[in-house]
Design a protein around this ligand. Structure first.
Ligand SMILES: Nc1ncnc2c1ncn2[C@@H]1O[C@H](COP(=O)(O)OP(=O)(O)OP(=O)(O)O)[C@@H](O)[C@H]1O
Ligand SMILES: [Mg+2]
Length: 381
């Protein structure tokens, strides 16, 4: 966001300087340049800020941000600590972090169903488009389960083409294996075996991105609740082992088909779709705790995002993440430009957020669709 005014100023400066720098050239090129300069000069209402003033402005926006936590001098302190200290400090705070989420509508129903599946020793799978809250819900489930059962074992892997069975099961440390042979001591257990032995929860995120070879390594744990570790033996899972899958619908690009055998082992299918207006607005607010925007602006943000999901020229619409991003950026920009019209701010930022977030249908330019959506929601500029 901060880039925009800078670019604008740079542009203005460039055009102001260019007639002096480049002595009058003849021909059409010069004419075009001159007319552009005149146009810009006419459009320019407020003089650009001095570089020092601009720097102070940027400093104040970063200093007031709760995300950066700058000290009184406006500096980030992290540099002074060693990486080891930072690692330990952050590891601890991550453990203590308590996840809170919006639990209304589909999310509440899905969570109930996950508990029911867990109780009946069945494996659920969450299916929904990107950014709908699948991972968030699973993390919340893991936390709730740990609070109830006292067992906080939670392992997860996000699959892709390069995920191998050894990433799930574990592998042998070559040096120790040479010394001690194939034994448990030489074995680095993978996340699946850890969850199985601890009676914990395993989340197979983006499960349909795994190749069939890797998908097949899940057949035994899901059916028999056992796992064969090459050279050591076959272990069974401890009571409490629970497995959740999550994936984007298979018609999306970049995904493999979920093999029939694996598909058959998931008995509880939980479909998540774009939430209703009230829930999505709550989620946006929840994820924007520091730069609140008024209710009417929040609604406009929702309407812009939601329009990408119904627009006939949009192939891939915007996810919850875009609404959250737009709300945060708008809140910060309002703070910086207190006198500016919020609709104008929103209009500018919406295109910055949506440009990479949506995919237009073939033959249509994303930029045109975005302009169309913005004018449908906010009126034309
Ligand atoms: N119920 C919720 N309450 C609060 N925030 C949520 C909720 N659901 C989703 N979010 C927020 O929406 C964003 C996207 O959620 P998440 O990463 O869980 O989606 P996902 O479905 O796993 O996406 P992907 O398919 O891309 O992995 C996150 O910033 C998350 O904090
Ligand atoms: Mg996810």
């Amino acid at each position: 966001m901060a880039k925009k005014p800078v670019t604008k100023n740079n542009k203005t400066n460039k055009t102001q300087k260019s007639p002096n720098k480049t002595p009058a050239k003849t021909g059409t090129k010069t004419t075009a340049k001159t007319s552009k300069t005149t146009k810009n000069a006419a459009a320019k209402k407020t003089p650009p800020k001095e570089p020092k003033e601009k720097r102070l402005d940027n400093l104040s926006i970063l200093k007031s941000s709760p995300y950066l936590r700058l000290n009184d001098k406006g500096q980030l302190n992290q540099k002074q600590a060693s990486l080891k200290d930072l690692f330990e400090k952050n590891l601890l705070s991550q453990k203590e972090e308590k996840l809170e989420i919006v639990l209304t509508g589909q999310y509440e129903k899905a969570l109930d169903l996950m508990f029911e599946a867990d109780a009946s020793n069945l494996y659920p799978i969450l299916v929904g488009p990107p950014g709908i809250g699948k991972t968030t819900l699973c993390r919340y489930y893991a936390q709730s389960r740990a609070e109830i059962t006292g067992n906080d074992s939670f392992e997860w892997i996000t699959f892709d083409e390069s995920t191998k069975p050894s990433h799930l099961i574990g592998s042998f440390n070559p040096a120790t294996t040479i010394q001690k042979g194939f034994s448990f001591e030489a074995f680095n257990p993978g996340p699946l075996i850890k969850a199985m032995l601890n009676g914990g929860l395993f989340l197979a995120n983006e499960i349909n991105r795994a190749t069939e070879y890797t998908q097949n390594s899940l057949l035994e744990p899901l059916e028999e609740r056992t796992l064969s570790i090459p050279h050591i033996g076959r272990v069974k899972s401890s009571p409490g082992f629970f497995f959740i899958g999550a994936m984007n619908p298979s018609e999306l690009v970049g995904t493999h088909r979920l093999g029939e055998a694996l598909k058959d082992r998931f008995n509880v299918w939980i479909e998540l779709d774009y939430p209703d207006k009230k829930t999505e607005m709550k989620i946006i607010e929840h994820n924007n705790p520091y730069y609140k925007v008024e209710e009417s602006i929040l609604e406009k943000i929702y309407l812009i995002i939601n329009r990408t999901r119904t627009h006939h020229q949009v192939q891939t619409p915007a996810s919850l993440r875009s609404g959250i991003a737009l709300a945060r950026l708008t809140g910060v920009a309002q703070k910086r430009n207190k006198k500016a019209d919020t609709h104008k701010i929103l209009r500018n930022l919406a295109s910055n957020v949506l440009f990479g977030a949506i995919q237009a249908k073939p033959g249509v330019k994303a930029k045109d669709v975005i302009t169309n959506i913005i004018s449908q929601v906010l009126g034309s500029a």
